[in-house]
Design a protein around this ligand. Structure first.
Ligand code: G3P
Ligand code: CA
Length: 329
């Protein structure tokens, strides 16, 4: 009897601790499961879904046909064989821009692990190095379609997390990226705050335009750079990583996406400290989804990947971008 009573009080204690602690933050698969397969490819999306990511990210740019495609940069040089497949098609700066290629041309590219075009050196040397599989670029539509298909066939719903990449640059080229992306999201049922989608952007002017001009009603995330800086639009506040700036942001967005170094600071495990950013953001009614947890590129203040995720949880983030979905469990 005594052991039964002891067991039930232990269970009660564990249960009350579980209620008191912040819930585990959810995972946003950064460029798909990019720690394991070339970023943003269909294979990386499928793996991210299989590993249980709550959300799967799509960086989005336009190609010459005006179709939104999933690519981190406005140029193709760091992740594909564009330079050898399409010689003579670079702009004056030596780069090949997705906007200068039709979708049919982009589909001929072989997508690769990220590398430095000047040297050919891989950015993450220990990542995928298999041979015999040709990876292709996907459109936003194709990325959302495979996720919808997997949601249906597995019965587990993963959300989507598209980023509007370099909208001001697109507008300067005469192209409106956001106006091309929103109808695609709508076709897949992503338009209101109840839908499992976060739309994100670094440029504050575009974040405001999405709400005020384009009428986007879904969840919106303002990405922050180092030092809490935002780019574009209202730059009279250099730092939005402060309570007053966050309160202003909350008129437009549902959350912020800062770099990891804005959540925890320090040059080593011994001198690290959690910054007030998450507490301030939560006080302003904003969720915080920092980027990017990488098991093969840890911040100086984290002893290992689990330590990193534990600190993010302690800081109170709602979710986090990771190249390695599933690893923290
Ligand atoms: O969108 C969150 C994070 O992905 C921002 O950094 O450069 O990887 O798009 P980046
Ligand atoms: Ca991104």
């Amino acid at each position: 009897m005594r052991s039964l009573a002891l067991a039930s009080s232990l269970l009660l204690a564990v249960a009350s601790l579980a209620v008191a602690a912040d819930p585990a933050p959810f995972e946003i698969a950064h460029r798909g499961a990019s720690g394991y397969l070339p970023e943003h490819t269909r294979e990386a999306v499928v793996m991210a879904h299989g590993l249980g990511a709550a959300y799967i990210e799509q960086d989005v740019v336009l190609c010459a046909d005006g179709v939104p495609v999933v690519l981190h940069d406005i140029h193709l040089d760091d992740v594909s064989d564009v330079a050898t497949r399409f010689p003579g098609r670079a702009r004056e700066d030596g780069k090949h821009y997705a906007l200068d290629f039709t979708l049919a041309e982009l589909k001929q590219l072989e997508m690769r692990e990220r590398f430095k075009p000047a040297t050919g050196e891989r950015v993450f040397p220990k990542r995928y190095s298999g041979s015999g599989t040709v990876f292709r670029l996907v459109t936003l539509e194709e990325s959302l379609a495979i996720i919808a298909g997997l949601n249906a066939s597995t019965g587990r719903e993963a959300g989507v997390y598209p980023e509007i990449k370099r909208p001001a640059w697109h507008l300067a080229q005469g192209k409106d990226l956001s106006s091309a992306v929103l109808p695609v999201l709508k076709r897949f049922g992503y338009q209101d705050k109840d839908d499992p989608c976060y739309l994100q952007c670094f440029e504050n002017a575009e974040v405001r335009r999405l709400r005020d001009t384009l009428g986007y009603q879904g969840r919106l995330i303002q990405l922050l750079g180092g030092g809490g800086k935002i780019s574009g639009g209202n730059t009279d506040k250099a730092k939005f990583g402060r309570l007053e700036g966050l309160q202003e942001l909350s008129k437009w967005v549902d959350g912020i996406g800062p770099p990891l170094g804005e959540i925890v600071m320090g040059e080593s495990v011994d001198d690290r400290r959690i910054t007030p950013l998450v507490a301030d953001a939560r006080a302003a009614g904003l969720a915080v989804h920092p980027y990017t947890a990488r098991a093969d590129d840890l911040p100086k203040w984290a002893s290992d990947y689990d330590d990193l995720i534990g600190l993010l949880r302690k800081a109170g983030v709602a979710g986090f971008f990771t190249d390695f979905p599933g690893l923290a469990r």
